[in-house]
Design a protein around this ligand. Structure first.
Ligand code: WQD
Length: 351
């Protein structure tokens, strides 16, 4: 059980803190006064992110940041991290996250995502730390029976190993609390994270051909890709293209800060949807990004992508009611910030 502590007296370990959502959350926590320890093996992130974080927050806050280039699955190294700092809370982002890749590499996905979680919580337990926020995903809802999705909406069988790892890690953490009620677990189910830090210094930087819509659209906008491929226009949606609940990555960051504050002095397992409550179609995204970058982006209609659902979007009233958190950015803001990042960093963090 976490004793209620103020941010300036609290040290938060952020696994995967050099990643897209992790880095934006680290900026938010440092600006809120927390001491932050980042663990990241840089398998899917650039070490330049750490310097960008320090530039954004300034020297005083950057003095409260420690970075370890470490695999969360490395038990000895993780024990040393917990020996080096008194860790009060953990936010667990680290994990492979490409849906398509997970289908072709199930062993790597289960070994990495489940393995690093089991190592992490065992090391936490051995150091008396039982307060964890997990980076989960709306993917655990599968193909919705009804919309909007609430935290009571049923979890569905996943359609890929990536989704199963999110599903299973939620179960692992729930079983931890059942075995030892002192555990304090918050499961944050993100919808579709997009956008970038308004400074243009941090953003999404996928390796290779982007799997997700927004980074692909952004690369069309800078001329790196020829046109946007719209995966199907015969869905049961207003314009026939897929509808998702896109949420600004900076809104996700404040959602994690709100969860840290909310979990103070609590135990239990609590689930929160982090979305905007609004659905946006692929064609609407293309139109919004065209406005943001000042040019009509070319697209073509392709066949559906296997496993895609027609629509999903969140009911986020619980996060507002319980944590006082509401997403504040709209699609125009998300496309504006994404374009600002992409146009200033055409090759991401690799200069
Ligand atoms: C969005 C919409 C596609 C690409 C996944 C994971 C989720 C999270 C976010 C990690 C869909 C369409 C896409 C393209 C397209 N992952 N699309 N052309 O599949 O909703 O969610 O990514 O955190 O857990 O499940 O996101 O961006 O891939 O697709 O038409 O080139 O865009 O069909 O309707 P998705 P997405």
């Amino acid at each position: 059980m976490s004793e209620a502590k103020d941010p300036q007296d609290t040290c938060v370990l952020v696994t995967g803190g050099a990643g897209f959502i992790g880095s934006h959350t680290v900026v938010e926590l440092l600006q809120d006064g927390y001491k932050v320890v980042v663990v990241d093996d840089l398998s899917n992130a650039s070490e330049r992110v750490i310097d960008r974080i320090k530039t954004i927050v300034g020297d005083a806050a950057a003095a409260r940041l420690t970075f370890y280039r470490t695999d969360v699955n490395d038990r000895e190294a993780m024990s040393a991290v917990f020996d080096g700092d008194h860790i009060d809370r953990v936010i667990h982002f680290a994990g492979f996250k490409a849906v398509g890749e997970s289908v072709s590499k199930p062993i790597e996905y289960y070994a990495n995502n489940l393995g690093n979680t089991l190592t992490l919580v065992d090391v936490m337990r051995n150091h008396g730390c039982k307060d964890i926020i997990f980076s989960s995903s709306a993917t655990v809802y599968g193909d919705p029976d009804s919309l909007p999705l609430t935290e009571e909406s049923p979890k569905k069988p996943a359609t890929n190993p990536y989704g199963w790892t999110k599903w299973m890690i939620e179960q692992v953490l729930t079983d931890l609390h059942t075995a030892d009620p002192a555990w304090n677990v918050v499961l944050l189910r993100y919808f579709n994270p997009i956008g970038a830090h308004p400074s243009g210094l941090m953003g999404e930087d996928p390796k290779g051909i982007p799997n997700n819509l927004l980074p692909y659209v952004a690369q069309v906008a800078i001329g790196k890709r020829a046109c946007v491929h719209v995966f199907g226009n015969d869905y049961d949606t207003p314009d026939g293209t897929g509808v998702r609940d896109y949420i600004h990555v900076c809104d996700l960051a404040t959602g994690h800060a709100a969860a840290l504050n909310w979990m103070n002095g609590r135990t239990g397992v609590e689930i929160f949807n982090l979305g905007t409550g609004r659905g946006t179609s692929v064609l609407e995204i293309i139109k919004a990004f065209s406005l943001a970058c000042g040019k009509d982006l070319p697209y073509q209609i392709d066949p559906r992508r296997p496993g895609d659902v027609d629509a999903n979007y969140a009911d986020c009233s619980k996060a507002k009611r319980e944590m006082g958190w509401v997403a504040k950015y709209d699609i125009g803001d998300m496309c504006r910030d994404s374009w600002n990042w992409q146009s200033k960093n055409p090759n991401g963090y690799e200069g």
